[in-house]
Write a protein that binds this ligand. Structure first.
Ligand code: PAP
Length: 335
């Protein structure tokens, strides 16, 4: 999620961006609103519940962002494996630039190495900083696929998306824990029941969860060269295979020499929950940004199936039912 301590100083947005921001400010009060899981209000925008900064970022992308063929966009619904995928993509792309024994991931959380796309645009009120980044640009987003402009999604040669999804039961449990860390002290804790009700109704940051997943799933089926779709559970089970798949998709497959050197295994090890969560930089409990979260809050258990410890049989049945109904006829399932 958004943090602000890595932002370079803010410039005054140009006229075009100022116009977009004005349009956004006029639009927000007209949108349906709902309470969020933490402090931001959620707005229903083009079928999704999005915090205001995400809408601002999305509008700036639509109006002003110029994609490049080398752009890589790490896309996730929150709590599906953002931190992990950011680390994996960063280390695959930059594997010839750093030694595994002295790697940036030992000193920085993945969110410092892969910029939060809509977060940066919102913060700047402009695309200027992202416009100035050298290629290949590695950006991370929670925005649904349908919110990106057609110049990014239609043309298979312009930018690539890598997406990771996760069993909604684990996503819900992870998000509920995270929400209670993020909620301001003045608010009562968010009960599991209340959160469950919101999640099932799709009222969740960037939700409905299922629509988010299906947007990227359908795009990956239609344009497999543009969108790579991964499952958290598959990466857990077959990390080596998934890392090879990622590298191939990104146009940088492992060479026979790298295979001999065990480069793939080094990347898997470096980005594993055990390795990342044990770096000093990821043990910090307080953020130096505006939000009351520290890097350690992005590392809880990192397991598949922790939902069994939290959800009642009724909750499991309800979530499974919604999932089955939403995925019916799509060719996608979480098995
Ligand atoms: P975000 O979308 O808010 O940035 P994200 O990184 O997707 O968060 O979510 C954190 C989840 O990924 C946590 O899951 P849990 O609550 O079920 O434990 C976190 O533990 C897990 N996670 C973080 N890093 C890794 C990793 N390297 N490997 C596997 N899981 C990880």
């Amino acid at each position: 999620m958004e943090t602000s301590n890595f932002f370079p100083s803010v410039e005054i947005p140009n006229e075009g961006c100022q116009k977009t921001l004005k349009n956004c400010n006029e639009l927000l009060p007209t949108l349906p609103q709902s309470k969020a899981w933490w402090f931001d209000q959620l707005f229903q925008y083009q079928g999704f519940w999005i915090p205001s900064f995400g809408i601002r970022g999305s509008m700036l992308i639509n109006d002003h962002f110029k994609p490049r063929p080398t752009d890589i966009i790490v896309a996730t619904f929150p709590k599906c494996g953002t931190t992990w995928l950011r680390a994996l993509v960063f280390s695959i792309i930059n594997r010839n630039s750093f030694d595994f024994s002295d790697h940036p991931l030992h000193k920085a959380n993945p969110q410092e190495l892969v910029l939060f796309f809509e977060g940066y645009l919102h913060r700047y009120g402009s695309t200027s900083f992202v416009d100035g980044l050298p290629s290949p640009r590695l950006l991370s987003t929670h925005l649904p696929y349908s919110l990106f402009p057609t110049r990014m999604t239609d043309d298979t040669s312009v930018c690539r998306f890598v997406y990771i999804c996760r069993d909604p039961k684990d996503v819900f449990v992870s998000k509920w824990h995270f929400a209670n860390k993020l909620r301001p002290k003045e608010l009562p804790p968010l009960s599991l029941e209340e959160a469950f009700d919101l999640f099932c109704k799709g009222v969740s940051e960037y939700g409905p969860f299922w629509d988010h997943v299906l947007g990227y799933w359908e795009a990956s089926v239609e344009s497999p060269k543009k969108v790579l779709f991964l499952k958290y559970e598959d990466v857990k089970k077959e990390p080596l295979g998934c890392v090879r798949k990622l590298a191939e998709f990104l146009g940088v497959p492992f060479t026979p020499e790298e295979e001999n050197n065990e480069t793939v295994a080094e990347i898997v090890k470096l980005c594993s929950f055990e390795s990342l969560s044990n770096q000093n930089v990821n043990k910090s409990q307080t953020s130096s940004g505006e939000r009351p979260i520290g890097n350690s809050d992005f590392f809880r258990k990192g397991e598949v199936g922790d939902w069994v410890n939290h959800l009642s049989p009724e909750m499991v049945e309800k979530l499974n039912q919604i999932t089955e109904q939403k995925l019916q006829g799509t060719g996608f399932n979480f098995d």
